[in-house]
Design a protein around this ligand. Structure first.
Ligand code: ADP
Ligand code: MG
Length: 693
C-alpha cells in the first residue's frame, strides 16, 4: 500500500468535509476547528447526516462517542445507526443531537468522588477540533466527558482548556508585534517506544499479564550491549507488524514511521508527524491501541510499560512541543529577521521561565508507578527537571543577561528587534540526549514522559505554565512605550532570574545531582513524593487563574492519580506473592528434593561424590526459606496498607514499604533462578523473552 493512496481514507477530515458538506456548513465547521469560533447548533444535524452517510459507505453500522476518562486510556459505547422507519423497515439515522451529546453508562469510571455527590450520570460532548474516523465498522466521534453538574471527568477537556489559555495569552503577545494570526495552538509530535515479544511467552508470564512488567527474572548473560542476536523468527514478524501498523495508521490519517530502536533488544520506536496537541493526543491513543491489537493478531505482545525488564532500558514517549499560528508560523523558530528573532526570544524565554517556576508540576505530570522505575535510572532523564539549550544559544543568553558583547560571529551588543541572532544549529546528531527538556532547534523535547502515558497530562501542564508566563509578559509589555527596549529588558531579566534551570551537561551524572541541589532545583524522587504537589496552593491557583481546572477538579484528580498509583503497586505485590507461593517456591522445592534424592542414592554407592549436590541443596533450601519469609512480610505489608488514612499516606506506604519488600524478594528469587534447571523454572526467562533462547 502506498501511503499517498490510502492516507486518511477512514478519517472525516478537512478534505472529506469539503466534499460532503454544503459550503456554508463546511465554512462554519472549519472556522470552529481553525479559529475556535463556537459551533453553530444548526450545523450539527447537517454534519451528523453527512458523517453518517460517509461512514455507512465505509461499512459502518454503529457510532460511538470516544472519550478519555481518567484511566488514561479511551472508552467507548457503541450505538447502532439503525432506527425503525415508517413502514416497518429499518433506516440508518444519526441526528445532530446524537453527534453533539451522548450519555454513556459511566458510573464505573474514576471520578474521585465528583459524581457521587451529584448524579451518577456522565455526559460526552463532541469535540469538533479533532477528527471523527471509522474503525471496526463504527464511526468514532472524539468527545469530552463531564458530569451532570458540568464537572470535568476526563483528560481531553482540560487539555482543550489549556490550549485555549495558551491561545489567549500568546495572541496578546503577537498583537504587540502586529500579526495576522487568528489562533495559536500548541503542537506535539510524540515518539512512542515499545517492546515486542512473543505472545506465547507473554501469556506464560503472570507478571506481564497482570502488571505489564516482569517482577522477577535473572539477567541473561547478555543484555543490551549488542543487538546483533535479535532472533530471526521474531524479526520477520516484527517487520510485518510494522508494515501493517504503518498502513493502518495511515488510513486513520496518522502519518507514522516505525523503526527499529537500537538501544534495547526487542525495543522499537514509532514517530508520527506532529499535530495540534489535541489531535496528537487522540492519535497517540489510537497508535497505542493499534500497536497492541496488531501485535496480538500476529502472535506478538506489545509492551507499553515504562520498565518491562530490569536491567534493560525502559520505554518513554518523547513529547516534542512547540507553538504554531494558524498561518503556520512556528513561534519557537528563531527565524531570520530581527523582528522574528525578537519574537522568538520572547517565547523561548517564556518557556524557560515556565519550566523553572513550575518544575514540580512538570515532574509530577510524568509520575506513575511504571515511570518511577525509569526516571533517574541512568537511561532516562533524571527526576530533576532542567533545560538544555545548546552552547550557541547559551552564549547568546548570557551575553543578553550581562548586556555584554556576544562573542560569536556578531560583533557588538546584540539588541533585540534590531539585530539578528546568529544562525542556531538545528542539528540532530550531537544534541544532548540526557536532558529532560531539550531545545532542539525549533521545538522543545520533553523526554520524561512514560511510554504508557496519555499525552494529555504533561501537555496540560506545559500549555498552562507557558500560558501563565505569557500572560505576565503581556501584562508588562502592553503598556510599554518602546516595545523593542521593553522586550529586550524583559528577556534579559527573565534569563537572569531563571538561568539556574539551564544545564547543557550530562544530566545522568552524579555531579549534576549535586550541582542541581546547589542551584536549589527540585528533586522529587518518586510518585508518592511528587503527585501530592498537584493539589498544592501554587498549582491550584495556577489552574484556576488560567481557567483550565477548578480547585475541586485539581483535588479530585490528585486523589484519582494517587489511588491509581496505589492500585498498580498493590497488584504488583499480590502478583509477586502469588508467583512465588504457587509457582516459584514449589518449583525450587521440587528441585531440592531431586537433589536430596540423588544424594541419598549416591550415599549407597561407596566412593560416589555428592558434595556439589549437597552444597546446591543447602543453598537453595536457604533461599526457599527466605523466599517464604519474604512473601509473608510482603503480604503483611499489603494488608497493612489498607489502614493508611489518606491516598497520599497510602502511596507513601507503597513506595516506602511495599516496593522495597518486593525488591528484596526479587533478589532471592532471581538468584534461585540461576541455580535451577531451566526446564523446571515455571516461567520463560529473560533470555527467552528477549532473545528467544
Ligand atoms: P528526531 O531527530 O528526534 O528523530 P525530528 O525533528 O524529526 O526528530 O522529530 C521528532 C518528532 O518531533 C516528530 O514526531 C516530529 O513530527 C516532531 N516535531 C517536529 N517539529 C515539531 C513542532 N514544531 N512541534 C511539535 N513537534 C514537532
Ligand atoms: Mg527524540
Amino acid at each position: 500500500m502506498k501511503a499517498s493512496e490510502n492516507f486518511g481514507e477512514n478519517v472525516f477530515g478537512i478534505s472529506v468535509m469539503r466534499d460532503k458538506l454544503p459550503k456554508d456548513v463546511y465554512k462554519s465547521l472549519v472556522s470552529t476547528i481553525e479559529d475556535g469560533t463556537p459551533l453553530d447548533p444548526g450545523v450539527a444535524s447537517v454534519v451528523a447526516n453527512a458523517m453518517k452517510d460517509w461512514a455507512v459507505e465505509k461499512g459502518a453500522t454503529h457510532f460511538t462517542h470516544w472519550f478519555q476518562p481518567m484511566t488514561g486510556i479511551t472508552a467507548e459505547k457503541h450505538d447502532s445507526f439503525v432506527s425503525p422507519g415508517k413502514d416497518g423497515r429499518a433506516i440508518m439515522e444519526f441526528s445532530g443531537k446524537e453527534l453533539v451529546m451522548g450519555e454513556p453508562d459511566a458510573s464505573s469510571f474514576p471520578s474521585g468522588g465528583v459524581r457521587a455527590t451529584f448524579e451518577a450520570r456522565g455526559y460526552t460532548a463532541w469535540d469538533p477540533t479533532s477528527f471523527a474516523f471509522v474503525k471496526d465498522g463504527t464511526l468514532y466521534v472524539p468527545s469530552a466527558f463531564f458530569s451532570y453538574s458540568g464537572e470535568v471527568l476526563d483528560k481531553k477537556t482540560p487539555l482543550l482548556k489549556s490550549m485555549k489559555a495558551l491561545n489567549r495569552e500568546a495572541l496578546r503577545i503577537l498583537k504587540l508585534f502586529g500579526t495576522d494570526a487568528k489562533q495559536v495552538f500548541s503542537t506535539v509530535g510524540a515518539e512512542q517506544e515499545y517492546f515486542l515479544i512473543d505472545k506465547k511467552d507473554y501469556l506464560r508470564r503472570k507478571d506481564l499479564v497482570y502488571t505489564g512488567r516482569t517482577l522477577f527474572g535473572a539477567r541473561p548473560p547478555k543484555g543490551q550491549e549488542m543487538e546483533d542476536h535479535y532472533f530471526g523468527a521474531i524479526k520477520a514478524r516484527v517487520f510485518d507488524f510494522m508494515k501493517e501498523l504503518d498502513e493502518e495508521l495511515w488510513k486513520l490519517g496518522i502519518f507514522a514511521k516505525t523503526e527499529h530502536n537500537e538501544v534495547a533488544p526487542a525495543q522499537h520506536e514509532l514517530a508520527p508527524l506532529f499535530a495540534s496537541s489535541n489531535l496528537a493526543n487522540d492519535q497517540n491513543q489510537l497508535i497505542m491501541e493499534m500497536m497492541k491489537r496488531i501485535a496480538d493478531k500476529r502472535g506478538l505482545a506489545c509492551l507499553l510499560h515504562e520498565k518491562p525488564f530490569a536491567g534493560i532500558n525502559g520505554s518513554g514517549k518523547h513529547n516534542n512541543w512547540s507553538m504554531s499560528t494558524d498561518k503556520g508560523v512556528n513561534l519557537l523558530d528563531p527565524g531570520s529577521t530581527p523582528a522574528e528573532n525578537s519574537r522568538f526570544m520572547l517565547f523561548f524565554s517564556a518557556v524557560i521561565s515556565a519550566v523553572d517556576e513550575y518544575q514540580d508540576l512538570l515532574r509530577l505530570s510524568v509520575a506513575g508507578a511504571g515511570n518511577d522505575h525509569r526516571l533517574g535510572a541512568n537511561e532516562a532523564p533524571p527526576a530533576i527537571v532542567s533545560v538544555y539549550v545548546g552552547e550557541e544559544l547559551e552564549e547568546v543568553l548570557s551575553a543578553f543577561e550581562r548586556d555584554e558583547k556576544y562573542a560569536g560571529k556578531k560583533r557588538g551588543v546584540m539588541k533585540l528587534g534590531v539585530d539578528t541572532l546568529p544562525d542556531l544549529p538545528k542539528d540532530t546528531t550531537d544534541r544532548n540526549r540526557t536532558s529532560p527538556f531539550a531545545f532542539t532547534g525549533n521545538k522543545f523535547e520533553f523526554r520524561m514522559v512514560g511510554s504508557s502515558f496519555s499525552l494529555a497530562g504533561p501537555n496540560i501542564v506545559i500549555n498552562t505554565i507557558v500560558a501563565d508566563v505569557l500572560r505576565r509578559f503581556a501584562d508588562r509589555l502592553e503598556g510599554a512605550k518602546d516595545l523593542n527596549q521593553a522586550v529586550h529588558d524583559l528577556v534579559a531579566e527573565t534569563i537572569r532570574e531563571h538561568k539556574r534551570i539551564i544545564f547543557n551537561g550530562n544530566s545522568y551524572s552524579d555531579e549534576w545531582k549535586k550541582e542541581a541541589k546547589r542551584r536549589g532545583l527540585s528533586d522529587l524522587a518518586d510518585t508518592a513524593e511528587a503527585l501530592p504537589l498537584f493539589a498544592s496552593r501554587k498549582s491550584v491557583e495556577l489552574f484556576e487563574r488560567m481557567g483550565v481546572m477548578t480547585e475541586r477538579e485539581v483535588v479530585t484528580r490528585t486523589e484519582i492519580m494517587l489511588e491509581s498509583y496505589c492500585k498498580s503497586v498493590a497488584i504488583e505485590g499480590l502478583t509477586a506473592a502469588e508467583m512465588v507461593k504457587r509457582d516459584i517456591y514449589p518449583a525450587v522445592l521440587r528441585y531440592v528434593k531431586e537433589l536430596c534424592d540423588s544424594i541419598a542414592a549416591k550415599k549407597l554407592v561407596a566412593g560416589a561424590a555428592f558434595s556439589a549436590e549437597e552444597g546446591l541443596a543447602a543453598k537453595l533450601s536457604a533461599m526457599t526459606e527466605s523466599m517464604w519469609e519474604g512473601v509473608t512480610r510482603l503480604e503483611d505489608a499489603l494488608a497493612q496498607s489498607k489502614s493508611a488514612e489518606s491516598a497520599a499516606a497510602r502511596s507513601e506506604f507503597y513506595a516506602g514499604k511495599v516496593l522495597p519488600l518486593m525488591n528484596e524478594l526479587r533478589i532471592v528469587v532471581d538468584r534461585a533462578e540461576t541455580m535451577t534447571p531451566k526446564a523446571q523454572w515455571p516461567y520463560p526467562t529473560y533470555g527467552e523473552l528477549l532473545f528467544g533462547v
